[in-house]
Design a protein around this ligand. Sequence first.
Ligand code: ATP
Ligand code: MG
Length: 299
Amino acid sequence: MLDNSRLRIAMQKSGRLSDESKKLLAQCGVKINLQEQRLIAFAENMPIDILRVRDDDIPGLVIDGVVDIGIVGENVLEEEVLDRRAEGENPQYKTLRRLDFGGCRLSIAAPRDFVYSGPECLNNLRIATTYPHLLRRYFSQYNVNFKTCLLNGSVEVAPRAGLADVICDLVSSGATLEANGLQEIEVIYKSKACLIQREGEMSPTKQALIDKVMTRIQGVIQARESKYIMLHAPTAVLDQVVSLLPGAENPTILPLTGEQNRVALHMVSTESLFWETMEKLKDLGASSILVLPIEKMME
Ligand code: ATP
Ligand code: MG
């Protein structure tokens, strides 16, 4: 039996979200010894238990209060919520934050020779999908009817196999569609991984732990999106240099030994520097331009 005083986090056991979910917790200093076949893993240094399950089960585990927190794709979460509402339930959960991985889109794709002229031309077609509720919500805006062919995998082969006219499936690069002779005709939902929490009271110690982990996650994601920039520049063009740097309100300016007219500038940027900007900086007389990754941040 799991100890209820420990924070329970559900994440995907193996699949597209599992590596990034593991990495995120590791970067937050949660030490977990994952054994491949184990459903449950225990953090060594914090009162946290990790439940490793199929991604489809994660929204339900959070909504039913079986786990405290879940890391799941918004597409799977939203589909589960719509499914439960269709069953007459009123599913509750809190979104803690969107994460910076698991990006994909739910799209309708048709055979390459299909002539697409808008959602209405899909009326009464059979559509293969794992996401019937998201699809129904999309088509309800256009008063379009469709027949569903519910598939939990290999959706992209449905038209060729004669199971459906078109499909509605997750796409990231589009290579799978391409390889199956399909063209993407409509994006119906854009998704990323997100962190959700069950509704209801948490004990003060559990809430404090969630707050601590959330602050660390914020720091990890912010650090991933930021760069540390260092350069040397002529004092005379400092304003122009600063205006080229993204988010450089308060750069640190340091003297350079033996240099009267040049200074060193250090700053944290919210974006990476493009080569084009670096070239413009160089044209202004900047030198020794370094763009460094940041490991952790706390504001
Ligand atoms: P499970 O065995 O856990 O049910 P699965 O096969 O349903 O796994 P994955 O293919 O591992 O799921 O995808 C998990 C999630 O990753 C998706 O629900 C989606 O949020 C996200 N994702 C990101 N890019 C893609 C993509 N190109 N195709 C599918 N899912 C993607
Ligand atoms: Mg799944």
